[in-house]
Ligand binder design. Structure first.
Ligand SMILES: *[C@@H]1O[C@H](CO)[C@@H](O)[C@H](O)[C@H]1NC(C)=O
Ligand SMILES: *[C@@H]1O[C@H](CO)[C@@H](O)[C@H](O)[C@H]1NC(C)=O
Ligand SMILES: *[C@@H]1O[C@H](CO)[C@@H](O)[C@H](O)[C@H]1NC(C)=O
Ligand SMILES: *[C@@H]1O[C@H](CO)[C@@H](O)[C@H](O)[C@H]1NC(C)=O
Ligand SMILES: *[C@@H]1O[C@H](CO)[C@@H](O)[C@H](O)[C@H]1NC(C)=O
Ligand SMILES: *[C@@H]1O[C@H](CO)[C@@H](O)[C@H](O)[C@H]1NC(C)=O
Length: 435
C-alpha cells in the first residue's frame, strides 16, 4: 500500500465510530446466551481485551492491509496439491477478526480465541511461553485434566513438523514472520453455557518469536480432523452458525451457535462444495452477480469451481472485505458505477469506487446455486458518518498473487446468520440483526 493512502483514509473514517464509541462500556456485560451459543466479539470491540488505541482510521487501514496477507494465504492454500490435515497451521490466518470466550482445563480458565472458518487448527498460548505476546496464558500446571501426547499417538502424525522431546509430541509452524513451537496437548474445553468437551486436542504454544503472533488462541472451524467441528462431532453433529456483528453496532457482539438445535428454520440453502485438495475450505457455487436488478456480465471462468486450480468461491470469516477475481470485480464495479451516475469517482486505499458526495447505492445480489443473497447498502458501503465519502467495500483480488478464488468476506456477512450444515452438505443464509 502506498503512502498516499495513509493520508487519505484518516479523513474518511475519523468520525465513523465516534457516536458509537461514546455510547459504549455499559454494553460489555451482556447476559450469557442460552443453550450452545457463544458470544462473538469483534477483535477491536471496546469489550475486547485486544481493543487498541489506534484511531478507527488506522484500524481500517490495518484490517485492509491484513486482508492482502490473508488473500495471499488463502491463495496459497487453494493452490496446494496435497492434503495435509492441519497444514494451514503452518501459515495461520493473519487476520483474526472475531473472537469468542472458551473455558479450558479443570477448574476452567477463561481464554479468548479467534474464530476462523478457513482453518483447522486449535492453539492456546500456555504459561511459560517464551515470546508470546502478553495476554492471558493458559496455566497447564493448575489444570488437573491437562496432558500431552506421546510421539506414537495418531494425533502426532496430523500436525506439521512434529518432533519428539522427552518422548512427548511437539510441533512447529510459522506465522507471518514468527516461528512458533507448541506441545500437542489435550484438556477439557467448556463452550457456551456448560458444554464440556473432554480431551480436546490443541497446540499449547510455548515459544514464539517475531511480531506476527496474535495475542489470542485460535479456534479453527474448518472441517479437518483436529478442528473444533471434527472434535465435537458427537456433541454438535458438525453443524454451527454464526451471526457477525456490524462494525457500527454499539456492542459489536454477535453469536456462534453450535449444534443442530435452535438453528433457523426459515433459511435459504446452497450446496457446500468440497475441494479434495483443500478440504477444510467452505466452497460454494457462485453462479452470477446482480447489481440492482441487472445480472452483470461476468465471464463464467471467473466464477467456476475447479478443484484442480482451487478456483471458485469460498465463504470466509477471517477476510474483512469481499475480493473477487479481477474480471468479476471489474464487471461488478462498472455496473455499480453506472448505477450511481455522474458523481465523480475517487479511490481510497485499496478501494477504487468512492464518492465524496452522498450516494444511494444499488443492492448487490450474490446468486448462488439455489439461493440469491441480496445485500443492502449497510453490507456494501463503508462511509463517514460525518456525511462525507462512501466507498464500495469490495476489491479485486490482489494482482501480485496467483488469485483464482473469490472470497465472500465478513463485512458482507454481517447481520446475516450463516449456517454450516456439513452433514447435509449445505450452507444457509438468512438476514438477522446480530445484536
Ligand atoms: C526433558 O526432561 C528433563 C528432566 O525432566 C528436563 O530437564 C529437560 O528440560 C526436558 N527437555 C525438554 C526439551 O523439555
Ligand atoms: C512441553 O514438552 C516438553 C518436552 O516434553 C516438556 O518438558 C514440557 O513440560 C511440556 N510443557 C507443557 C506445558 O506441556
Ligand atoms: C455442567 O454439566 C455437568 C454435566 O455435564 C454437570 O455435572 C454440572 O453440574 C453442570 N454445571 C452447571 C453449572 O450447570
Ligand atoms: C525466529 O526463529 C527462527 C528459528 O528458530 C528463525 O529462523 C527466524 O529468523 C526467527 N524470526 C525472528 C523474526 O526472529
Ligand atoms: C449526467 O450529466 C449529463 C451532462 O452533464 C446530464 O445531461 C445528465 O442528466 C446527467 N445524468 C444524471 C443521471 O445526473
Ligand atoms: C435468483 O435471481 C435470478 C435472476 O434475478 C433468478 O432468475 C433466479 O431464479 C433466482 N434464484 C433463486 C433461487 O431464487
Amino acid at each position: 500500500m502506498s503512502h498516499s493512502h495513509l493520508f487519505v483514509i484518516p479523513f474518511l473514517f475519523q468520525f465513523l465510530l465516534l457516536p458509537v464509541l461514546s455510547a459504549l462500556g455499559s454494553h460489555c456485560a451482556t447476559p450469557p446466551l442460552s443453550g450452545s451459543q457463544l458470544q462473538v466479539l469483534h477483535l477491536y470491540s471496546p469489550c475486547s481485551p485486544f481493543r487498541h488505541h489506534l484511531s478507527w482510521a488506522d484500524t481500517l487501514l490495518d484490517m485492509e492491509s491484513k486482508d492482502q496477507a490473508r488473500l495471499q494465504y488463502l491463495s496459497s492454500l487453494v493452490a496446494r496439491r496435497s492434503i495435509v490435515p492441519i497444514a494451514s497451521a503452518r501459515r495461520i490466518l493473519n487476520n483474526p477478526t472475531y473472537i469468542v470466550h472458551v473455558r479450558v482445563g479443570t477448574p476452567p480458565q477463561s481464554m479468548l480465541m479467534a474464530m476462523d472458518t478457513s482453518n483447522d487448527a486449535a492453539w492456546i498460548p500456555c504459561t511459560g511461553c517464551v515470546g508470546c505476546p502478553a495476554s492471558t496464558l493458559f496455566n497447564t500446571r493448575t489444570s488437573t485434566s491437562y496432558s500431552t501426547f506421546t510421539c506414537k499417538a495418531a494425533q502426532c502424525k496430523q500436525v506439521p513438523n512434529s518432533v519428539c522431546a522427552n518422548s512427548s509430541c511437539s510441533f512447529g509452524f510459522t506465522y507471518g514472520s514468527s516461528s512458533v513451537t507448541a506441545n500437542l496437548s489435550r484438556d477439557a474445553v467448556t463452550l457456551a453455557n456448560n458444554d464440556t468437551v473432554p480431551g480436546f486436542t490443541f497446540g499449547c504454544v510455548l515459544k514464539a518469536n517475531g511480531s506476527s503472533m496474535p495475542a489470542q488462541g485460535l479456534l479453527g472451524l474448518g472441517r479437518g480432523p483436529l478442528s473444533l467441528i471434527s472434535q465435537t462431532h458427537s456433541l454438535y453433529k458438525s453443524t454451527f452458525s454464526y451471526c457477525l456483528p456490524s462494525f457500527t453496532s454499539p456492542s459489536f457482539t454477535g453469536s456462534l451457535r453450535l449444534g443442530p438445535v435452535a438453528q433457523p428454520k426459515r433459511i435459504k440453502f446452497t450446496p457446500l462444495l468440497t475441494n479434495p485438495r483443500r478440504s477444510s475450505l467452505y466452497y460454494v457455487n457462485l453462479i452470477g452477480i446482480r447489481v440492482g436488478r441487472r445480472v452483470v456480465d461476468v465471464p463464467p471462468s471467473a466464477l467456476a469451481f475447479n478443484p484442480t486450480t482451487g478456483a471458485g468461491t469460498i465463504i470466509d470469516s477471517g477476510t474483512v472485505f469481499t475480493r473477487l477475481v479481477e474480471p468479476a470485480y471489474r464487471a461488478v464495479r462498472d455496473a455499480f458505477r453506472r448505477r450511481i451516475g455522474n458523481a465523480t469517482v475517487t479511490s481510497l486505499g485499496g478501494f477504487d469506487t468512492c464518492y465524496a458526495s452522498p450516494i444511494t447505492a444499488p443492492t448487490i445480489t450474490f446468486m448462488f446455486a439455489g439461493m440469491n443473497v441480496t445485500l443492502p447498502q449497510e453490507n456494501l458501503l463503508i462511509h463517514s458518518t460525518a456525511g462525507g465519502t462512501s466507498c464500495l467495500a469490495m476489491a479485486a483480488a490482489p494482482a501480485n498473487v496467483n488469485s483464482v478464488v473469490n472470497v465472500i468476506a465478513n463485512m458482507q456477512q454481517q447481520n446475516h446468520r450463516i449456517l454450516f450444515d456439513i452433514p447435509n452438505s449445505r450452507i444457509g443464509v438468512a438476514r438477522e440483526r446480530c445484536t
